[in-house]
Design a protein around this ligand. Structure first.
Ligand code: ADP
Ligand code: NA
Length: 350
């Protein structure tokens, strides 16, 4: 039976945190049942902001370990490291020639990561979304589970796919490798599909535990701002107890969370960890104080995360096992990517 093709990636930079887990990895796990999934450690992306990393091989293995410890099955699906499949970079080059500089300049992540000294940012940081589009489209994947911060990049991936399809309409038709799709009102003969972001859920953007207006991030200097996947139970407990909140009780309805970003964040985290909705969480905890809610959240977070942490540690002890999974995944991914690149070369005329 036909199963939709899912693709997503995580950078091997620093510690994974609860935002990466709830915004991405937990969704990857859930999507395995009804989809064909490709999950990638995106090492080529990790050198865009910072070229030199102390232990890149270790970081790559730890992301793969997190995928597997969280419940991704590398036999049924594909887990691999991006640079093992050179077709990602090859298609990214073509997409660099499809995308417009103005499109890249509008990306808010580029503006954030480049900071004030934009002239001194790497060219790779500017082109990052073009590589991300290639990661997905080199498999012609259609569904991409990501956190809310990646929404703009996925819109750009659609723009790139659309421009390629339109620029090469005649060639795609004569090559016989495209399909007819309708985008808006417009019928298009498409080689690359229009990707769909899968962002929804109770915690599409997990916020910092110290500041409800900033997203939880690897680059936040305060370690109290995030729960790391490798944190032990005591650390998780300390961070949640110290999490910023307001003095009021929890509301009974979701609307009551408006204007209370810290409360909304903790309720969203609880709902995502429990696989339920914020409304359900509030029907249980509405009217109660954070002094009651926080210990319940600690227990839930520890019960979900500690088995993953334990399994990650176990997997990291035997690097040959992880390396074998990545190698095999790379071979399987490369086979598919080669087929796409042969068709793309034919369409372009190489
Ligand atoms: P980071 O953004 O932490 O540097 P990546 O860019 O590798 O890490 O992101 C991996 C995945 O985690 C992406 O799908 C991203 O959208 C998701 N993600 C990152 N931070 C958060 C967050 N605070 N809340 C929800 N999802 C997030
Ligand atoms: Na990100």
């Amino acid at each position: 039976a036909f199963k939709p093709l899912v693709f997503s990636g995580v950078q091997p930079t620093g510690n994974l945190h609860l935002g990466n887990y709830l915004g991405a990895i937990r969704k990857f796990v859930a999507l395995q049942e009804n989809n064909d999934c490709i999950y990638c450690v995106v090492d080529l992306h990790s050198i865009t902001a910072q070229l030199v990393h102390e232990d890149l091989p270790g970081q790559i293995r730890s992301i793969a370990a997190a995928f597997i410890a969280s419940g991704i099955d590398p036999e049924k699906h594909i887990v691999f490291n991006q640079s093992a499949v050179p077709q990602h970079a090859e298609l990214a080059w073509i997409f660099n020639c499809v995308a417009r500089i103005g499109w890249m300049n509008r990306m808010t992540q580029f503006k954030d990561k480049a900071g004030k000294d934009r002239e001194n940012a790497s060219l790779g940081l500017l082109a990052y979304p073009s590589l991300m589009a290639a990661d997905i489209l080199v498999y012609r994947a259609t569904h991409v589970p990501v956190g809310d911060d990646q929404k703009q990049h996925l819109e750009l991936a659609r723009d790139i796919a659309m421009k390629f399809n339109l620029d090469f309409q005649t060639k795609i038709r004569s090559a016989g490798t495209g399909v007819d799709i309708v985008v808006g009102e417009e019928p298009v003969h498409a080689y690359f599909p229009m990707v769909e972001p899968l962002i929804e859920g109770p915690a599409p953007r997990v916020m910092s535990l110290r500041d409800g207006t900033k997203k939880m991030s690897k680059s936040d200097p305060s370690d109290l701002s995030r729960i790391n996947l490798m944190d032990d139970a005591d650390t998780i407990s300390k961070k949640i107890r110290k999490a910023k909140t307001d003095p009021d009780a929890l509301p009974g309805e979701v609307e009551g969370l408006q204007g209370r970003p810290e409360a909304e964040n903790l309720v969203g985290i609880y709902a995502a960890l429990a696989d339920t909705s914020k409304a359900k969480v509030l029907s249980e905890f509405g009217g109660q104080q954070f002094s009651t809610f926080k210990p319940a959240l600690v227990d839930l977070a520890v019960s979900v995360l500690s088995p993953i942490t334990g399994e990650m540690r176990r997997l990291m002890e035997d690097t040959s096992h992880i390396d074998a999974i990545l190698r095999r995944g790379g071979e399987r991914a490369r086979e598919r990517a080669e087929k796409t690149m042969a068709e793309v070369a034919d369409i372009i005329g190489f």
